[in-house]
Ligand binder design. Sequence first.
Ligand SMILES: NC(=O)c1ccc[n+]([C@@H]2O[C@H](COP(=O)([O-])OP(=O)(O)OC[C@H]3O[C@@H](n4cnc5c(N)ncnc54)[C@H](O)[C@@H]3O)[C@@H](O)[C@H]2O)c1
Length: 281
Amino acid sequence: MTDLNRTTLSRSAILLTGKVAVVTGGGAGIGRGIAIAMAEFGADVAIIDIDGAAAAEIATLIRGKGQRAHVIVVDVTDRDAVRASIASTVETLGRLDILVNNVGGTRPIKLIDITDRQADRQIDLNLKSLVAATQAAARAMIDGGEGGSVINIASIESLRAAPSYSVYAACKAGMVSFTRTVALELAEHGIRVNAIAPDLVPTAHMATFAPGLVSDEGKAVQSRYIPLRRAGNLDDCAGAAVFLASAMADYITGVTISVDGGTWASSGWTRDDDGGWKLFG
Ligand SMILES: NC(=O)c1ccc[n+]([C@@H]2O[C@H](COP(=O)([O-])OP(=O)(O)OC[C@H]3O[C@@H](n4cnc5c(N)ncnc54)[C@H](O)[C@@H]3O)[C@@H](O)[C@H]2O)c1
């Protein structure tokens, strides 16, 4: 008979010891934070990035934590190269347990102005790249026979409207839908598929073209509009990714976790000068 009072959770459930993770775009920004955190919690990490120098720098940091690192320099829009990268990870690091589909991004442009080429490029980068990487990783995880965890870095724009980001937001919404469906298809193999939806996370790359985001003035604006009074940072996203990759999340699949300081929940509510809340302020 099942003992309904039985509990077995221990602090080691958060560790990724013995696991192998692949992080696309692990050379910078949110992917960098995730790659380093995965190593901190015990995983060996392969970094797929178009920027070889940035990826090599992260690999050095990972090795400094006593973990193995593997650098693969490819453009994730090249699907054959992505499939080869997954194969090369299994060959070099011995297995695959965690895939983080992190590469993505955009610049603002209105639907009226976007060219076919720009739209195709956004779809290739933010949506199509997901399919080949997830399929190849799922096949490797099935071969490994021990399940796995796929984590897709979506965006708050997958949930709300995003003027000047229509194609990007549609791709991220597609990513969230893909997450739910693939979670069902892979459940029988013990492979969990989840997404993380960040809002604003100022990265080094972003700061080069939008320095206002990290200025005192920018922080004051963030404090007004973000319930937890600050923008996100690399650790916020990495913490959610480590959790989803770990045994702590063994019963979680098909969900999107908002890592946004409460902005999705606030949905039109803003702080007034007295620190209270008003609708459409
Ligand atoms: N930063 C934010 O505020 C924010 C908010 C919501 C969602 N996101 C999502 O988080 C993810 C990471 O964003 P970020 O801001 O950290 O990006 P970033 O630009 O700081 O870093 C992206 C990394 O991906 C690599 N990369 C870019 N194009 C590539 C390609 N074609 N092939 C291989 N590697 C490539 C870059 O070299 C870099 O290392 C994206 O999917 C983005 O849409 C970011």
